[in-house]
Design a protein around this ligand. Structure first.
Ligand SMILES: Cc1cc2nc3c(=O)[nH]c(=O)nc-3n(C[C@H](O)[C@H](O)[C@H](O)COP(=O)(O)OP(=O)(O)OC[C@H]3O[C@@H](n4cnc5c(N)ncnc54)[C@H](O)[C@@H]3O)c2cc1C
Length: 385
């Protein structure tokens, strides 16, 4: 059996893994990142939209290598076909080519000093006296024991690694949004606007989307929760109206339950989808994962430097993530729970009210006047007004 030694081992080589390892290496740690797939960034399980803030967090200038389009705002389609346009400073963003973006992050991390192993699966943790102190991995049939002061579990929504250390990261299936998406070619869509579609018939418990990648190409997908039919069933129905052809089909789950209660233990922390660091309303995880993964890399590098990788020190990671994102993710979870109770009629009424309003300057008085005529909505929304 081969044996290795690192300060930090990162399990998973996509957004959470590459960003954690990048910032850990930048801060002087000796880091190994392990990815079970043969290539970083594939298969894509993402609609590839992200905010300008992602790049500020990463201190990276967005590159034309992986930016497909610049986004100004979104058109929100109610079940009855009404459209509400949202456009302001916060709705600006990008559609990425994640196959290139994810690999670029891994390359950046490698250039900062991270060693990377691909086609290598982490099978187990090495735990000594209750403290995680490495992993057991398998590369093409060969078992490798890798000792480390800290393990970062960045292994995605189906994460098993943090659970092996006793953290409760299992997500309730009712909080997982099942998604299916085609990359379609031949679509006539506005390249600067995202399209969102709501309604029981389109995407029960979720929404449909069109994210334009430019030149008539777009990610067209949807997510569903608690439905008898699969996301793919709804996707086929949703896309049957387009005269366009797919070049890719992606499926995947998004955890919409908010961050897990505890993200650290002796010698291990958990980041990204594995830690539920996803916006529960939009299902967007790139932006929040980038923030938390940067913190993960910085805190674990500091822990190694100080020679203190016990849970008391690693709690700092949990504290910093919660102070940066905790409130907004909590609020978003509250909104999601309200949205879960909205009927198609409620959504149509809301769209009717918002259709001709200037979204950025709706007064409390006009909102209350509208809600006065819709007692069901008032009951649902009163807590957030
Ligand atoms: C259909 C869909 C659309 C989405 N659209 C958007 C969007 O438009 N914008 C947005 O911000 N977010 C979106 N998201 C969410 C976003 O993709 C995720 O939040 C983000 O990719 C999470 O990154 P991650 O690195 O935590 O996890 P993952 O991307 O799941 O990466 C985990 C990695 O760990 C590897 N791995 C797992 N187990 C092991 C092991 N034992 N050993 C070694 N490697 C292992 C996996 O192979 C994988 O590469 C979408 C998600 C889905 C499913």
């Amino acid at each position: 059996m081969d044996k290795m030694n690192y300060d930090i081992v990162v399990v998973g080589g996509r957004i959470a893994g590459s960003i954690s390892s990048l910032f850990a290496s930048k801060n002087g740690a000796n880091v190994l990142m392990i990815e079970k797939r043969q290539e970083i960034g594939t298969p894509v399980q993402c609609a590839e939209g992200t905010t300008l803030g992602t790049f500020e967090t990463l201190e990276m200038k967005p590159s034309q290598k992986y930016i497909c389009s610049n986004i100004e705002g979104a058109n929100v389609h109610a079940p009855d076909g009404r459209v509400v346009r949202v456009k302001n400073e916060t709705t600006k963003g990008y559609i990425l080519e994640r196959k290139i973006f994810d690999k670029e992050l891994a390359i950046k991390s490698a250039k900062a000093g991270t060693d990377i192993m691909v086609k290598t699966i982490v099978k187990d943790l090495i735990i000594d006296n209750g403290k995680v102190c490495g992993v057991v991995a398998n590369h093409l049939g060969e078992t490798i024991e890798i000792k480390a002061d800290v393990v970062i579990a960045a292994d995605g929504v189906e994460s098993t690694i943090a659970r092996k250390a006793g953290l409760k990261t299992t997500k309730n299936t009712k909080d997982i949004c099942s998604c299916a998406q085609y990359e379609l070619v031949g679509l006539d869509v506005d390249p600067e606007f995202l399209e969102f579609y709501f309604g029981e018939k389109t995407a029960p418990g979720g929404y449909g989307w069109i994210f334009p990648k430019g030149e008539g190409i777009a990610n067209v997908g949807l997510g569903v929760r608690g439905s008898a039919e699969t996301a793919y069933h709804y996707l086929k129905k949703f896309t049957s109206k387009f005269d366009a052809t797919p070049v890719e089909l992606n499926v995947g789950g998004v955890p919409l339950s908010g961050p897990v209660k505890k993200t650290f233990t002796d010698g291990l922390i958990v980041v990204g989808d594995a830690a539920g660091q996803v916006d529960p309303v939009t299902g967007g995880g790139i932006h929040s994962t980038a923030s938390c993964s940067r913190i993960a890399g910085e805190v674990t590098a500091e822990a190694v430097k100080k020679g203190d990788t016990n849970s008391k020190f690693l709690k700092r990671y949990d504290d910093l993530c919660r102070s940066k994102l905790g409130k907004s993710l909590e609020l978003s979870l509250k909104y999601r729970k309200i949205a879960d109770k909205l009927t198609d009629n409620d959504m149509n009424s809301l769209a009717e009210f918002l259709e001709y309003s200037d979204f950025n300057s709706i007064s409390k008085i006009s909102a209350l006047k509208f809600l006065g005529k819709h007692p069901n909505l008032l009951k649902l929304l009163k807590d957030i007004l």
